[in-house]
Design a binder for this molecule. Structure first.
Ligand code: TYM
Length: 335
């Protein structure tokens, strides 16, 4: 029998899932759950860096769980769990922090960005975000981590920490995991505001959420940044226009993309038509999620069952790793 890959990935409960989360991560989760040993979690420890209120945290966790399930994650195929249900993660995070250095943590792009954006809240959790992420991944001794392009550097750090642990204790215990996107490059889905990536906190109108209703999607897309149109045949697309095409490529049929591409190259393009088509294709793509989100949202009993089942499975795997690590490090056996 073919050896199954152990897969881990998570999403922070800091708002609804958007098309960036879907095409950067979730789409791979769905494929991978069919043939691998998958662990998908809701990263609630990570969300504490922004100090959420308890009620908001609970609401956001439920939302991500509902959206995970609505998108098609199957608790019978994959282990779906809440990060904080596995406190062993925090213990492994502590071990890893002893061998993570201030200089390397301070160099991480996401840390520098966050420190710039929120100078009043540059907490130690923000600095050690990559060690917590490494703990999430190696606690199941995972080999593949489906994530978007923005997580690439964090994955590099995970590889460094795993190697460092092995070297330090002269063991070959942790496999070295890789960031993964089905046989291709990692994905970066752009937002609608002309530059950068689609994100939860990138400002009003930048992201299209799976729960957005058709009216909202149409409004957001029609307001997307574009320009006055090409002035020369076959001219290179400026970033804002390339972004619209990238979005079209993920939700529309190939002939639709090539139709607008030809129009652009011949200087005949009408961005209003492109946007109308993009909005309708996004609506069609997200329609089934909205239906299932509504159904799942009121099924508290089922949601609790899924979380309990996931916690039990994930914990068994995490406890085994911690038992091994404690022994490798030289601690007394306690369980
Ligand atoms: P988060 O919650 O910011 O995003 C969840 C997933 O969505 C991907 N993503 C995107 N992909 C492409 N284009 C975009 N515009 C876009 N926006 C988001 C992210 O790459 C990610 O895969 N640190 C992680 C959560 C985490 C984690 C882990 C992931 C914690 N521990 C261990 C993997 C393994 C995060 O903040 O993701």
């Amino acid at each position: 029998m073919k050896h199954k890959d152990i897969v881990v990935s998570g999403i922070r409960p800091t708002g609804n899932l958007h098309l960036g989360n879907y095409f950067g991560a979730m789409k791979n989760f769905l494929k991978m759950q069919e043939t691998n040993e998958c662990n998908f979690f809701i990263a609630d420890y990570h969300s504490l860096t922004t100090h959420p209120k308890p009620g908001d945290l609970q609401g956001n966790v439920k939302q991500v769980l509902v959206e995970y399930l609505a998108a098609g994650l199957d608790p019978e195929k994959a282990t779906l769990y809440l990060q904080s249900d596995i406190p062993e993660t925090a213990e492994l995070y502590l071990f890893l922090n002893m061998n993570a250095y201030l200089g390397e943590l301070q160099k991480v792009t996401t840390f520098k960005e966050k420190a710039r954006k929120q100078p009043e809240n540059v907490n130690a959790g923000l600095l050690t975000y990559p060690t917590l992420m490494a703990a999430d991944i190696i606690i199941h001794r995972a080999t593949k981590v489906p994530v978007g392009k923005d997580q690439e550097q964090h994955l590099e750090m995970t590889r460094t920490f795993a190697r460092r642990f092995n070297r330090m204790y002269k063991v070959d215990y942790f496999p070295i995991p890789t960031a993964y996107n089905f046989g291709e490059q990692l994905v970066k889905i752009p937002g609608l505001d002309g530059s950068g990536k689609m994100g939860k906190s990138e400002g009003e109108g930048n992201a299209v959420f799976l729960v957005d209703d058709p009216k909202v999607i149409r409004k957001k897309v029609m307001r997307a940044v574009s320009d006055a149109g090409p002035t020369e045949m076959n001219q290179k697309k400026p970033e804002a226009i390339q972004n619209l095409f990238t979005l079209l490529e993920v939700v529309s049929k190939p002939d639709v993309v090539s139709y607008f591409d030809d129009q652009y190259n011949n200087c005949n393009i009408r961005y209003g038509d492109l946007k109308k088509q993009l909005a309708e294709d996004m609506i069609a793509y997200t329609e089934p999620f909205r239906e299932r989100i509504k159904e799942l949202d009121s099924n508290e009993e089922y949601l609790k069952k899924v979380m309990d089942m996931g916690a039990e499975k994930a914990r068994a795997s995490a406890q085994q790793t911690l038992r091994d690590c404690r022994e490798i490090i030289g601690f007394r056996k306690i369980y």
